[in-house]
Design a protein around this ligand. Structure first.
Ligand SMILES: Cc1cc2nc3c(=O)[nH]c(=O)nc-3n(C[C@H](O)[C@H](O)[C@H](O)COP(=O)(O)OP(=O)(O)OC[C@H]3O[C@@H](n4cnc5c(N)ncnc54)[C@H](O)[C@@H]3O)c2cc1C
Length: 378
């Protein structure tokens, strides 16, 4: 079934590929423009929660994704290398996967749904009327334009959407390394090394390591240090510094020290509005957030799904109003996730352990595919 309508999507990241697939499955003719000459993703691993996993269920991608993913028995928090909490999070869906695996899974789903994905195609901007300008000056008309072109979105900036950017005091460098479970067990025999482990040291120096197994062979580690700590934020990493703080992780820190990497300062971008006429922005273009709740991509995917639903339900004449209504309904969930992530980044409260309770789980438990999600219970 086709709607006869055409969508042009800027950016083949997790947001753009999800929106493109969701639209194509609803009958849109969809083309994704990716600026990079190659289709691939940056980064190491990623945690996905129920909100995005439900979207992946609907896209028919969960089976492939979970064939090489990990659901850790617990989220463990350690302070100065002793255990503070082990949260089993019963009833909460969450997995960790490598970014290349998530990317390949989404790209396959997009292509199977009939999406055309073009690499080396940069979008310079768009108008509220749905005219997209490519970097080479060519223009294309679309019924819907999706700006999923990341934190420095050209689509967003071409529409002059006001934004505020706040940088936090911490940042992180990410690596994907072999798990070396046997070597870790030699150093700490009582540990299975299957938990997601959040290692914190606040004194005498703030350093944190996130240990995130993604499958039987690979672990994603994220090394956090304050922006103003030149030694801690150096890449390649200062192996002596990190092994002195986290001696039990020496085998995998040695692997990370051999790899190139990039230090990302945490930042939050808040934009004034997500839509202008026939254009909607999603993902980091609309709401880049600190990674504390691990929900930047999760909220991107939930908003991609609900955008496709809202745009398809609207007639062509009503599209602009439908996008405004979509933002009004969906945005508060993302704003709260952003606020909570920012709060955790500012306070470093996750170091206290036992943090995945109550309101903090709102985003993880949100079901963007439930048609009754906005009905008020009486
Ligand atoms: C350290 C760290 C850890 C994180 N951990 C998690 C986590 O565990 N879970 C989670 O859900 N989120 C996590 N996030 C957040 C998540 O990575 C991002 O929110 C998500 O990847 C954003 O996806 P996106 O598609 O919006 O943007 P991007 O991934 O930035 O994709 C944008 C795409 O658009 C392309 N592009 C840019 N400009 C143009 C243009 N003009 N024309 C055409 N193409 C263009 C880019 O090349 C890119 O491919 C983390 C982030 C960081 C920094």
């Amino acid at each position: 079934m086709t709607t006869g309508r055409r969508a042009e999507v800027s950016g083949a990241g997790f947001a753009g590929l999800t929106a493109a697939t969701a639209l194509a499955k609803r009958g849109w003719k969809v083309r994704v423009h990716e600026r990079s000459p190659e289709l691939r993703t940056e980064g190491a691993g990623i945690v996905l929660w129920g909100n995005s996993l439900r979207v992946l269920d609907k896209l028919g991608a969960t089976h492939d994704l979970e064939s090489r993913a990990m659901r850790s028995p617990a989220y463990e928090t350690r302070m100065n290398n002793s255990i503070k909490s082990q949260e089993e999070m019963e009833g909460v869906r969450w997995i960790s996967v490598t970014r290349p695996h998530l990317f390949r899974t989404l790209l396959t789903a997009a292509r199977e749904a009939g999406v055309e994905v073009i690499s080396g195609s940069e979008i310079a901007g768009a108008t509220p009327e749905g005219v997209v300008t490519l970097a080479d000056g060519d223009t294309i008309e679309a019924d819907l334009v999706v700006g999923a072109d990341g934190v420095n979105s050209a689509v967003r900036d071409s529409l002059d959407i006001p934004l505020k950017r706040e940088r936090s005091r911490d940042g992180i460098t990410r690596f994907l390394v072999p798990r070396r479970k046997a070597d870790l067990q030699r150093l700490e025999p009582d540990t299975e090394w299957d938990n997601y482990i959040d290692f914190w040291n606040l004194e005498p120096r703030v350093l944190r390591v996130l240990y995130v197994p993604c499958n039987e062979d690979e672990v994603y580690i994220a090394l956090m240090a304050p922006v103003d700590d030149a030694q801690g934020s150096r890449v390649p990493i200062d192996l002596d510094l990190w092994t002195a703080s986290f001696p039990h992780l020496a085998p995998i820190l040695e692997e990370a020290a051999e790899l190139p990497g990039r230090y990302y300062g945490y930042q939050t971008t808040r934009v004034d509005h997500w839509t202008e006429g026939r254009v909607a922005i999603i993902g980091d273009a609309a709401h880049a957030m600190c990674p504390a709740l691990a929900q930047g991509a999760g909220t991107a995917m939930q908003n991609a799904w609900t955008l496709a639903e809202a745009a398809t339900a609207a007639s062509d004449a009503d599209l602009a109003q439908a996008l405004i209504d979509w933002e009004r309904l969906e945005r508060p969930y993302t704003d709260r996730a952003q606020d909570r992530s920012q709060y955790y980044a500012d306070t470093r409260q996750m170091a206290e352990g036992s943090q995945f309770q109550g309101d903090i789980l709102e985003t993880a438990l949100y079901d963007p595919t439930d048609p009754k999600r906005h009905e008020v219970a009486v």
